[in-house]
Design a protein around this ligand. Structure first.
Ligand code: FMN
Length: 349
């Protein structure tokens, strides 16, 4: 692939549509393959799994004929600064846990197998490696680029954009506060999880474009052709959509999660730390309302709520699951990924 980073981003799939990495089940090799076959770029979600599982998924996509695709990895943060607030939060989960027949998990910190995943990405050389929750060190960025991989970094404000540009990123995924699941902020500042979390996506694209010439891929609340057209008009070279694909047949989202997205009992989303200890947008449910005071402690809180979320999923109880979704959740359809991509791509024409 040749040309400027913007040209290289445009050459990747054909359509300016990226199917977002969605860790925790929704992203499957099948979704990534369907994206590639439709001219979009799909992302495998490397988060929450060992490097070997990530490799198996890369191999599964490659076995389908070598389409261009991306792989996403979480950049590790710092252990929680306030262990007492973590202990208090764990204690506050005991009643719910007992009713679900489990004990809260150990609130342990981990780096999500960072070093192994970087080694594997360097060896596998996917077309794109994307990072969230921070920016990889410049040496990692360079190493991936030397192998022919385009490096994308998720940013949520102009400061993060400037620092990703300084580290040598090729493309920035500009994530607005409308986005489903975790905010990709570089830090996890204590304090209330912001519901809006800064300017809306279209304004944010302008803020970021003011500090860097890098190509920008817009993410957050884009669920139809109009949203795509608006993001491209605001200066993005492409869009990354997640929630729009959650209900499609190729998505591995839990059936209860898929059903909740179309269930009239769920009417809104909110940003919360309740499930993971990091701000994330989810459908408002019982657990979110009752545990909205979770401390800034990721992945400690994520590890502690895991058994509760798993038991709730097994019991088909949407009230206690993390029903991550962006503000456009009502537009998520259960049609095949190819049709959703075709519909989104209409906004680029
Ligand atoms: C269920 C779910 C899981 C997600 N997991 C990841 C992830 O593992 N890595 C990542 O970079 N972004 C993840 N995202 C965020 C997307 O990359 C993207 O920013 C977001 O989906 C865009 O907003 P939208 O959901 O409104 O389309 C996830 C989004 C959802 C809905």
């Amino acid at each position: 692939m040749t040309g400027s980073p913007a040209d290289r981003v445009r050459q990747l799939g054909g359509l300016p549509v990226w199917v977002a990495p969605m860790a925790g089940g929704p992203s499957t090799p099948g979704l990534v393959i369907a994206a590639a076959r439709s001219g979009a770029i799909g992302f495998l979600a490397g988060g929450y799994k060992p490097a070997e599982t990530m490799l198996a998924e890369i191999n599964a996509v490659r076995a389908a004929g070598g389409p261009a695709f991306g792989v996403n990895v979480f950049v590790p943060g710092e252990p929680a600064r306030d262990p007492d607030s973590v202990s208090a939060y764990v204690a506050s989960l005991r009643d719910d846990a007992r009713l679900l027949g489990v004990a809260p998990g150990e609130p342990s910190w981990d780096d999500d197998h960072w070093a192994d995943k970087i080694t594997m990405l360097m060896a596998c050389r996917p077309a794109v490696a994307s990072f969230t929750f921070g920016c990889p060190p410049a040496g990692v960025v360079r190493g991936l680029q030397e192998g022919g991989t385009l490096v994308a970094v998720t940013v949520t404000d102009a400061r993060e954009a400037a620092s990703a540009a300084a580290a040598g990123a090729d493309v920035l995924c500009v994530q607005g506060p409308e986005a489903g699941a975790h905010r990709g902020t570089f830090t996890n500042q204590p304090g209330p999880a912001p519901d809006r979390g800064g300017p809306a996506l279209l304004a944010l694209i302008g803020d970021v474009a003011a500090v860097t010439d890098l190509p920008l891929v817009a993410a957050g609340g884009i669920a139809d052709a109009r949203g795509v057209a608006a993001a491209l008009s605001a200066g993005a070279v492409g869009v990354q959509a997640g929630t729009a694909f959650l209900r499609c047949p190729e998505s591995g989202a839990h059936p209860v999660h898929k059903a909740a997205l179309a269930d009239p009992r769920f009417t809104a989303t909110e940003v919360t730390r309740a499930f993971s200890g990091r701000p994330a947008r989810a459908l408002v449910n019982k657990f979110l309302l009752e545990h909205n005071g979770a401390p800034a402690a990721y992945p400690e809180i994520n590890n502690t709520t895991r058994p509760l979320r798993a038991a709730a999923a097994a019991a088909a109880d949407p009230g206690q699951m993390s029903l991550y979704a962006g503000v456009g959740f009502r537009s998520a359809s259960d049609r095949p990924a190819a049709e959703i991509i075709e519909q989104l791509a209409g906004g680029a024409r």
